[in-house]
Design a protein around this ligand. Sequence first.
Ligand SMILES: NC(=O)C1=CN([C@@H]2O[C@H](COP(=O)(O)OP(=O)(O)OC[C@H]3O[C@@H](n4cnc5c(N)ncnc54)[C@H](OP(=O)(O)O)[C@@H]3O)[C@@H](O)[C@H]2O)C=CC1
Ligand SMILES: Nc1nc(O)c(N)c(N[C@@H]2O[C@H](COP(=O)(O)O)[C@@H](O)[C@H]2O)n1
Length: 289
Amino acid sequence: MSSARQFLLSVLPSQTGDKTDEDGARVPSVTLTFAQSLDGKIAGVAGRQLILSGSESMLMTHWMRSMHDAILVGIGTTLNDDPQLNVRLIPETLRQDVRPPRPVVLDAYMRLPTNCKLLKNYSDGKGQQPWVFCASQECSPDSESAHAERIARRSTLETAGVVVHEIPCINGTGVCLFQKLFLIFRYIGFLSIPHLLRKLYEQDIRSVMVEGGATVIKSFLNQASQPRNTETPPVVDTLIVTVAPTLVGDDGVGYKVGFPGGELNGIPKFTHVRTELMGKDTVIAGKFI
Ligand SMILES: NC(=O)C1=CN([C@@H]2O[C@H](COP(=O)(O)OP(=O)(O)OC[C@H]3O[C@@H](n4cnc5c(N)ncnc54)[C@H](OP(=O)(O)O)[C@@H]3O)[C@@H](O)[C@H]2O)C=CC1
Ligand SMILES: Nc1nc(O)c(N)c(N[C@@H]2O[C@H](COP(=O)(O)O)[C@@H](O)[C@H]2O)n1
């Protein structure tokens, strides 16, 4: 077995399917993972996609994808990078034994372009059918035009091959922001991660790999820092970060952890599990506690 797979098997939780959240609802295990530069950047100036991982750690990432039922990114990453989120780097001879993960996009307003690679790969048999999680009706403004726009967007995505799931959002109910270019319905707030995870479990997803980008990383780290009772496991189980020996500079895109105004406010408790050198990169894995 390759060293990347051995590394992953030693740091990822075994999939028992019995993880529950604070309210006792079943949820998938969550791995948060991304690649960063030495100065903590995940993308270049104005979000330009950077290939930070070298071939060895990138292959590890594709093995990691193959070990999860779903792979999740935000719509920001999807619009910016047009990612494939499949397992194409795994050698052909081993690929028949692995299943590509289900691509999942957090996309409150259903902005996913219908010519994206996720849909192309699905129609070419090179990836699973993508799922979009969008804001449910009660998060959207209650107007006829907003309702019609929602239905039209959903229909466009479904016709293109996307499965659309609706979930509630946080902090946004009923607040409308008019966006004249692309949306009539808009609210302030993000999709609720607890609702997302429950819905994923209901749809037979037992493990989800969260790849980014910056806003999604912050949201999941924030969730991992939420106070909970001692029997409840953290929302994010594992963090696996590839650190590339390169500097991007202050104008690159970083991610944020915690909130201003409190020393440990919003910073999840984290414990180191294993560090491995993969080619030029250092891959660090840890658990939230
Ligand atoms: N180096 C690496 O490993 C990686 C780097 N990247 C980089 O990250 C950058 C993109 O990051 P960013 O622009 O922040 O976009 P994200 O991919 O983080 O997407 C953020 C968007 O997702 C939607 N969303 C819905 N619900 C949530 C929620 N609960 N939490 C967070 N987001 C939510 C929101 O859009 P809406 O309101 O429309 O729903 C939000 O603006 C790109 O430059 C990309 O190259 C990305 C992945 C990995
Ligand atoms: N592991 C890793 N290393 C990098 O250097 C990266 N830039 C990323 N980015 C993530 O992978 C997505 C692209 O996936 P595909 O190659 O198109 O399958 C990108 O959108 C980020 O989520 N990851």
